[in-house]
Design a binder for this molecule. Structure first.
Ligand code: 4AD
Ligand code: MG
Length: 430
């Protein structure tokens, strides 16, 4: 019977067939230890010369790293490690003997690995990260559907900017002139929730950002979520519950993966609502007390985010930022016209900003003035302004940076490992 490595614990004492690749190999005269991988997991298979016979044992000896093989054998519990299973090999069918594999057990530099990303993805840690990524995505879908959000797809090719217009990727769009790759589906999602009430999108977003950091990609996946009749405070609650839910799901489903990544689980286990809430003004005061030379009106840098979260066990909301440094669509704080009802959510353990969101300006005149102030002209935003003409309601939303979340949960240094094919300023291939 064909089995997935992930499921072999169900077949102790039985003979099963695993179809995969040889990840690792060592041989001590009469016994060969093969580490198999089949996509679902890793399994040690032990072949003894006595058991498989001389001819098969010779064949095994010729296997190279990453050779594709179909292995049949009996599943047994590991003699020493509880919960670990092995296979006692009875037969191996060779599908292909791999040529000399470029990625070996020795240390490779990041450029070499990134140039070989199409192969590097097979390495254990990369495998684990992609599986955690999948669990994070599924958890987000589950969370939103449980709250009656539906998924609405927003376009990637757009005529206007959503965020900072200096970070747009431009494309020539037939006779229509310039178009841009989406920075966020938010504006379109706002229109959609006036139809369906609550919605999320999830897709690639693009920022022609010249930031060369461990947290920036030029193409990254964002989940925008938006809800009608939700205001600033509730918006933050929805975000904190999302993060709690996602972390819980990862702890439930990714034990193997997180162990491979040597992730300390204790900080993840402590994630629970409520998160810390600091107004931007409080955050600046706190930073100044901690010795930072930041001034009111400055954006928070990496170091500032680190200082604000260094002793915290849960993420920190920084909310109500100065209007001047935030996008046009954020709602003015009724208590202070210089501030907006927005929030960034800063993760612990150096995760940095994982979510950015706000209540949206729902007043036609204020929004129109804001759009003009920002120097956006023309009719590109007319449709967006329409939403404030026909049954405008308070509404809020936010965008979750998938790779930022995965980076934090996996505890990996660099965001480039969290996406299958990273796109950065100086990285376009493969
Ligand atoms: O804070 P941002 O720019 O917010 C928006 O785009 C809103 N329109 C979203 C919304 O309200 N629906 O981006 C949202 C999140 C950030 O908090 C961060 O996690 C991630 O997207 N992000 C990036 N991730 C990787 N590389 C980059 N260059 C990123 N820029 C933002
Ligand atoms: Mg932001």
């Amino acid at each position: 019977m064909i089995a997935l490595i992930k499921q072999v614990s169900n077949f102790v004492g039985e003979e099963v067939t695993v179809r995969g690749w040889l990840y690792n190999f060592r041989c001590s005269g009469k016994i060969a230890f093969l580490e198999l991988r089949d996509g679902s997991g890793f399994l040690q298979a032990v072949a003894s010369k006595e058991e498989v016979g001389e001819e098969m044992f010779d064949t095994i000896g010729k296997l190279t790293q990453e050779s594709s093989i179909i292995v049949t054998g009996t599943i047994v519990a590991h003699p020493k490690q509880e919960g670990v299973f092995e296979m006692q090999v009875s037969n191996i069918k060779v599908v292909q003997i791999a040529q000399e594999y470029p990625i070996t057990k020795k240390e490779h530099g990041p450029d070499f690995l990134l140039n070989n990303r199409h192969l590097w993805l097979r390495s254990k840690k990369q495998w684990a990260i992609q599986r955690v990524r999948d669990v994070v995505i599924m958890a987000m879908y589950e969370y939103y559907h449980s709250l009656e959000y539906i998924k609405i797809d927003t376009p990637i090719i757009t005529p206007n900017a959503c965020e900072d217009a200096t970070e747009l990727f431009e494309i020539e769009y037939f006779d229509e002139g310039k178009a841009f790759l989406s920075q966020s589906g938010q504006l379109y999602l706002e229109a959609a929730v006036m139809s369906v009430g609550r919605a999320f999108d999830f897709g690639p977003t693009f920022r022609a950002e010249k930031s060369k950091t461990r947290r920036h990609l030029t193409e990254f996946w964002m989940l925008d979520a938006e809800a009608a009749y939700v205001e600033h405070e509730e918006n933050m609650k929805i975000q904190e519950n999302l993060i709690c839910f996602v972390v819980k799901r990862c702890l439930e489903h990714c034990a193997t993966e997180l162990a491979i990544l040597e992730r300390d689980l204790e900080p993840l286990k402590k994630i629970q609502a409520p998160f810390i809430r600091l107004t931007y003004t409080e955050a600046i005061d706190k930073l100044q007390q901690l010795g930072s030379d930041i001034r009111f009106g400055d954006d928070l840098g990496n170091d500032d985010e680190g200082l604000l979260t260094q002793n915290e066990e849960v993420p920190v909301f920084i909310h109500k930022w100065p209007k001047k440094i935030k996008p046009f669509y954020m709602k003015t704080d009724p208590e202070n016209p210089d501030l907006v009802l927005n929030n960034d959510l800063i993760g612990i353990e150096g995760a940095g900003e994982i979510i950015g969101g706000s209540q949206r300006e729902d007043d036609y005149d204020i929004l129109k003035a804001r759009i003009q102030e920002m120097g956006f002209v023309g009719e590109e935003y007319e449709w967006y302004l329409d939403l404030r003409k026909y049954g405008s309601v308070p509404h809020s939303g936010y965008g979750v940076g998938l790779e930022r979340v995965v980076r934090w949960i996996c505890g990996v240094e660099h965001i480039r490992e969290t996406i299958p094919y990273p796109r950065m300023i100086s990285r376009l291939k493969p």
